[in-house]
Design a protein around this ligand. Sequence first.
Ligand code: KG4
Ligand code: ZN
Length: 341
Amino acid sequence: MNKEKIYILAIESSCDDTSVAILENDKVLSNVVANQDIHAKYGGVVPELASRAHQQNIVPVVQQALKQANIDKKDLSVIAFTRGPGLMGSLLVGTSFAKSMALALKIPLIAVNHMQAHILAHFIDSESQQKPEFPFICLTISGGHTQLIKVADYFSMEILGETTDDAVGEAFDKSAKLLGLPYPGGPLIDKYAQLGNPRAFDFPNPKTKKELDFSFSGLKTAILYFIQRHEKENPNFIKENLLDICASIQFTIINILMKKLKKAVQQTNIKKVAIAGGVSANSGIRNALKESEKKDKWEIYIPDFEYTTDNAAMIGIVGHHKYLKSDFDSSSISAKARMQI
Ligand code: KG4
Ligand code: ZN
């Protein structure tokens, strides 16, 4: 029997990337991401500017995604879009565009939870990534989120733990800022960390009320005091010790993540472990997972890089699985800045 071909146009606009993807069932035909460089000079995302940039980007990005996929809009079966969580002004651009496009083309509309999408990115059909079997544990780590999730099925997910303050990507970026590195500093800390001594300096391991929750704001403060203390004695302290400081910060953050992940595996007795989100590019977390694959006999799942950072292909794969259940939304649906998984 021939499988029905479903063509999905997916839109992601929850933060500072405007992205549009075209999928044929679970295969990605195109995945265009327009980054917004404007935020770098402010040292973080400025919501007003993000919303404005989405408005400028959305039409050309849609056109480029269709062109790259070699698909005409009349061939589309469904429009999927990020409903939330995210920045309201940014979400509104994608949501209203998706609603108008679905109405104009007279095709169904599917609202997608961005956090589910980060996880379901593992189910995109790609030669270089493996699809996990249910149930598995997913650690979603990015600039906006830090969550430990038990994934029982495509749409059956339970939060085991999450951050009570900063997201892990924020912890990387804010530490980088204290060291005078440009935004987003996470990848730079990672780069320098690989050349430094991870045990050169000690940073505290923050306590949380719930065992599987995370907290990173204390670490940021500890790093600030650490730098101030050392700079008093040696104004060149950062410059002379940058590699070791980065390695020690990364070592501390990865230890926090791995400690919680190991507890979650122990509590659930599930040894299939996936990571998702922009911080999964980090070499420290990748190495730590590979170590646990060998030592603790975990099965680990690391997504393709292009599906870890915010992208519309991950929204499209959720659209695909919702389409199969005919789980459609009405055009009266609205964006939601806060949304549980
Ligand atoms: O998923 P993402 O693109 O956007 C959000 O949804 O937030 O993640 C971006 C975050 C930034 O905080 C960035 O610094 C961090 O991921 N990041 C990294 C690395 N690559 C990206 N952090 C540490 N090491 C990396 N290699
Ligand atoms: Zn995200």
